[in-house]
Structure formats: structure tokens, C-alpha cells
Design a protein. Structure first.
Length: 604
């Protein structure tokens, strides 16, 4: 082959190839340049080969000697390069489609996906990871995980860097702070990336809403548990109310009978009055527990606060250790509030008892102050108190105070800071309930080591006169004549009723068995002028006994005397024609009025 001709060929082929490439590249932009170049070279070689064949057949072959040998070698090579370029092009397109699908999948995920290097620096992050961490998409790579991390709890040992490639998979829940200051709970799962020892694949899941929902569920379960415990207390109180009030009636009834005895000295009479007052207050407490558990409204009246406070402190002074000093400050004003006597007594007693328990170990001073004052503007702004004078009761001690962590919970039921078995956790809860029921306001001031002060603001009553809530009612001497059938399953109650009614001039027949009482009445139905019976009794209940007796004598007046009259269904008393319902322990005056009222109705 002639060398100048060959060099001319080498010069012409690129020029021809470049011309074809330029023309094709303008229309086939999706193809890669190497693919186009191989196609142009093949076409150029093929065209040149055809031209050389024409020249050779025309006899012009001197300068074409052995050139066809080169063309025969170059043409297969060009075809091979073309096929290789096609295969590579197809592989690249498949890789691009796979990357597009992976990118779309990562963009659509709600879970954050990222890669971290051994220093804990983000190298890649999908949009969800950026959203979870509160940054713009694309700005997360290059930022260290430590820039979002909260101070570590003592029990949390999650590494923020991953030095070494042999660490196992890690799963930790972290508290991270976003750039806007919000805190998020993030579940971080990491694992080694195959064939990339310097990187870890990380999955981030925002657990904040789930943890908040779990916290709300725990709070709801705790409230449900508290409600169930309160229902259990109500059920227990209802179950023991009958028997407990029977016992209290025996105590108070015998004390009233003894008070009517002659020859008692002053000390004995005062002791009997204390017994009677204490038994009535215990009965009120049982009633309060029942009404509290059932959310029932109870009757209130205008009461003087100072006598109740004095009585509580007098009772406490006889029991507190000598290292505890008790003082009372008051202006002598007659402060009246509309409340139940037991509510006020329990309110003062619980606050003072709580302070005494705090002072029991090291001693100290308990200060109680009572005054008429205007609530501060901050309290009035809350809208729970009306402007004007209020009764301000303050109970303060100089003990250890209340821990700040416990303050949000001290008014919750069953919460106590005392050792197990030393407190019920109901004292302050009951106090708060009483204050709210009286439409008052409770303030707490305390800090560790500086004591504790509870200030209660109660609205004043409008009455000019009030009861002190302590003195027993005057015994009525209203008596009469008649024969009473008394039925109660407690012999001690029967004895007290027989003595009280006997002193009032009535003849009394008592029965502890309701079936025996019914048999006696069936034998002598005209002998009795009135029936006085309990409601909850073994055998025949009181309401069933009344139905059977009224089947014989419908006009016979009936009075119920029960420790738990709430067990009667609504409307039962009207259905049976019950004249009166007395609640044990009943005092002599109420008993006398109820019985005398039945006989006066008969006379009318």
C-alpha cells in the first residue's frame, strides 16, 4: 500500500466521521458520543471500502495495493467497538433508571434514610431525614449528628461517632433538638454498609407523636386507676356504712342516755358530750365519704369558722409531741362560711395533720391564722373568686418544705411523699376537693428547707348568725303515748332505741330478727301503733317487711332508721308511704320529732 494514500485515508476518515457525527448528534441527543463515533467510523469504513471496490474493478488499482487488507481488519474491529458501545449504553440506561427509581423511593419514604461516616457526619440524607431533623433538604450532608444532640441521660450510651468498621447494628432512641428549638424523640437504627467500611446506613424515625400518645395513654390509665380506686372506696364505704353507723349509734345513744342521768359531775358530763360530738362527726365523715364517691350534693349551712379551728387545735394539742408548738392568730372577727361542719373540720384537720407529720422528726412550729381579707389581684384575675372580703385561713409550718418535683402531684389521690405505710395520699386531695366544692381557692408556698404554707380563700356567707358546727343539738323532750314495734338486726341499737323511746314515754317491743317481728305482728296486728325498722337486715329487708305488714294494716305509720338509707331505690319511700327516714346515728331530738310526727298525723 502506498504510504501517502494511506495517510490521506487516515485524514479523510476523521473528517468524514466528524461530519456524520455532527449531523447525527444534533438529532440523537439521547445517545452517548462514543456510540455515535463508532457508528460513523463503521459507516465511513464501509463507504470507503465500496469506493475502493469500484475503483479496483475499473482498473485503477495501483494505489490500492493491499489496502483492502487493512480495511478488512479495521471493519470487524469497528463493528466490535460498536457492539460494545451499545452494550455499555444499555447498561448505563438501566443503571440510570434504577437510580431514578431508588431516588423516587427514598424521596417518598416517611422514614429518614441517611449515611454517616466514622466521625458521625452525614454524607447523604433523603428528604424525610431532613424534615425529621428540621433542616432544608440538601443542607444535611456535611453536618455532624452531634449538632442536633441533647445532653445525654446517664443511662444513655449511644455513640455519636462510629470509629471502626466492625461495630454491630445499633438501635437507640435519642432526644434531638431541631434548629428551631423544638425537641424530638428519634429512633436511630444503623448498620454497616457492604463494601463501604467507612460508612453506616442509618434509618431515622420520629417517635415524638407516638411517645406523646403513650404518655397520654398512661395518664388516662392512671386516671382510670384512680377512678376505680375511688369507686372501690365508695363500694367499701357503702358496705361498712351500715355496720359502722350502728356502732356509732350505740355510742352516741348511750352517751345521750347517760347525759340525762342525774348526779353527773362537770368533768363526766363534758366527757360524755365529747363522746357524743365525736360519734356524730364520725357519722358525718362516713356520709361525706359516701357522698364524695357518689358525687352527691349535701346540705350546707352558715357556720362560724373560728370555733371549728379552735376545736381542731385543742384536739391536736393533746396528741402532738412537745417539740411541736402550735399557735393561732385571729382578729376576733365572726367569719361565716356556707359549708358542712364536717367539711370545715376535715379541711383544717388535714392541713394541720400534714404539717405535724412533717415536723414530727425535728420539731418546729405550726402557725394557723384566720382573718377577713381581700384576695390579691392575681387570684381575682383568674376569675375563680369574686371581688370583696373573704375568709383567709393560713396553715404554715417551718419544716423541710415540699420538693419542686412533687408539687405538681401533691393534690392527686394516693400520691404521698411519706414512707410506705405512713400516709394514704388522700389528705391534700380531700382538702382540694373541699375547697373547690366551697368555691374557694387554695394557694401553696413552699421551697425545700424553708417550710410550707397553705392559704385558703373561702367566700363569706351573708347570714348574720350562724352555728359553730360543734355543739350537739338540744335534746327534745317531746314525748307521747303509744306502742312501737322496733326491728333492727343489731341488739345494741335495739337497746338504745328502747331506752331513748322509753324515756319519751313510749312502750317499745324490739326484735333483731325481721321474720320474728313479722310473725309477732301477724299474731297481734292491732297491738302496735307504729313500726320503726332498719332497711338493710338479714332475712327480710326493711322495705319487704313494710310491704308485708302493710298488706295486713295499710294505715300503720312507718319510720326507717338506717345507717345507709341510700340503698333504697328512688321512689321507694313514697311507694311505701314512709313517714320519715332517719340516718344513724340519730340524736334523741330527731328521733322524738319523727315519732311524735307520726302520732300527730294519726290524731289529725
Amino acid at each position: 500500500m502506498n504510504l501517502p494514500v494511506f495517510l490521506l485515508d487516515l485524514l479523510c476518515l476523521p473528517l468524514l466521521g466528524w461530519a456524520l457525527y455532527t449531523a447525527l448528534a444534533a438529532r440523537l441527543r439521547g445517545l452517548r458520543r462514543d456510540y455515535l463515533w463508532c457508528l460513523v467510523v463503521v459507516l465511513a469504513l464501509r463507504i470507503f471500502n465500496d469506493i475502493s471496490n469500484v475503483l479496483y474493478s475499473s482498473g485503477i488499482s495501483a494505489w490500492l495495493e493491499n489496502y483492502e487488507d487493512y480495511v478488512g481488519l479495521l471493519l470487524p474491529v469497528a463493528w466490535g467497538l460498536l457492539l460494545l458501545s451499545l452494550v455499555q449504553h444499555r447498561a448505563r440506561r438501566q443503571l440510570e433508571r434504577s437510580e431514578e427509581r431508588l431516588s423516587s423511593l427514598l424521596d417518598a419514604l416517611q422514614e429518614g434514610v441517611a449515611t454517616l461516616d466514622t466521625d458521625g457526619v452525614f454524607r447523604f440524607a433523603n428528604p424525610a431525614a431532613s424534615r425529621i431533623l428540621g433542616v432544608l433538604h440538601g443542607s444535611l450532608p456535611g453536618q455532624p449528628l452531634t449538632s442536633f444532640r441533647q445532653p445525654l441521660p446517664q443511662h444513655d450510651h449511644c455513640p455519636l461517632t462510629f470509629n471502626g468498621s466492625a461495630l454491630p447494628a445499633l438501635h437507640y432512641e435519642l432526644s434531638l433538638r431541631r434548629p428551631d428549638g423544638s425537641e424530638r424523640s428519634i429512633l436511630l437504627s444503623t448498620s454497616l454498609m457492604p463494601r463501604k467500611p467507612g460508612l453506616r446506613l442509618c434509618f431515622l424515625r420520629d417517635m415524638t407523636e407516638q411517645r406523646q400518645a403513650e404518655q397520654s395513654l398512661r395518664q388516662a390509665e392512671a386516671k382510670l386507676g384512680q377512678t376505680q380506686r375511688m369507686e372501690a372506696i365508695g363500694t367499701l364505704a357503702s358496705g361498712i356504712a351500715h355496720d359502722f353507723n350502728n356502732i356509732l349509734f350505740a355510742i352516741s345513744g348511750n352517751s345521750q342516755i347517760a347525759l340525762d342521768s342525774e348526779g353527773l359531775n362537770i368533768d363526766a358530763r363534758e366527757s360524755l358530750r365529747e363522746i357524743d360530738t365525736a360519734s356524730r362527726r364520725a357519722a358525718d365523715l362516713v356520709s361525706q365519704i359516701l357522698s364524695f364517691s357518689r358525687r352527691e350534693q349535701r346540705s350546707s349551712r352558715d357556720l362560724a369558722v373560728l370555733p371549728i379551728v379552735k376545736e381542731v387545735l385543742r384536739l391536736l394539742r393533746s396528741t402532738v409531741p412537745p417539740q411541736i408548738r402550735i399557735s393561732l392568730e385571729h382578729g376576733g372577727d365572726e367569719l361565716l362560711v356556707h359549708a358542712e361542719p364536717t367539711d370545715l373540720h376535715q379541711l383544717v384537720m388535714n392541713l394541720c395533720t400534714n404539717a405535724i407529720q412533717e415536723l414530727a422528726r425535728d420539731g418546729g412550729e405550726l402557725k394557723v391564722s384566720l382573718a377577713c381579707a381581700e384576695p390579691p389581684a392575681a387570684l381575682l384575675a383568674e376569675g375563680r373568686l369574686r371581688p370583696g372580703p373573704h375568709c383567709r385561713l393560713c396553715v404554715a409550718d417551718n419544716g423541710g418544705g415540699i420538693d419542686p418535683g412533687a408539687r405538681p402531684h401533691i393534690f392527686e389521690p394516693f400520691f404521698t411523699t411519706k414512707e410506705h405505710g405512713e400516709g394514704t395520699g388522700l389528705g391534700l386531695f380531700v382538702v382540694n376537693g373541699i375547697v373547690e366544692r366551697l368555691q374557694g381557692r387554695l394557694e401553696l408556698e413552699s421551697s425545700p428547707g424553708s417550710g410550707c404554707s397553705f392559704t385558703i380563700w373561702l367566700p363569706l356567707a351573708s347570714s348574720l348568725t350562724a352555728e359553730d358546727g360543734n355543739a350537739p343539738d338540744r335534746l327534745s323532750q317531746r314525748g307521747g303515748r303509744g306502742r312501737l314495734l322496733v326491728v333492727d338486726d343489731e341488739p345494741a341499737v335495739n337497746r338504745v332505741l328502747a331506752l331513748l323511746l322509753g324515756k319519751l314515754g313510749y312502750e317499745v317491743s324490739t326484735f333483731s330478727d325481721s321474720y320474728r317481728a313479722l310473725s309477732e305482728f301477724q299474731t297481734n296486728p292491732e297491738r302496735y301503733d307504729m313500726l320503726l325498722c332498719d332497711i338493710s337486715m338479714p332475712g327480710l329487708r326493711g322495705d319487704e317487711l313494710v310491704r308485708r305488714i302493710h298488706a295486713i294494716r295499710p294505715e300503720l305509720p312507718v319510720v326507717f332508721c338506717s345507717g345507709n338509707p341510700e340503698v333504697l331505690a328512688a321512689g321507694t319511700t313514697d311507694e311505701l308511704g314512709i313517714r320519715s327516714v332517719l340516718k344513724k346515728p340519730v340524736d334523741k331530738s330527731a328521733l322524738a320529732e319523727a315519732v311524735a310526727g307520726c302520732f300527730s298525723d294519726q290524731a289529725d
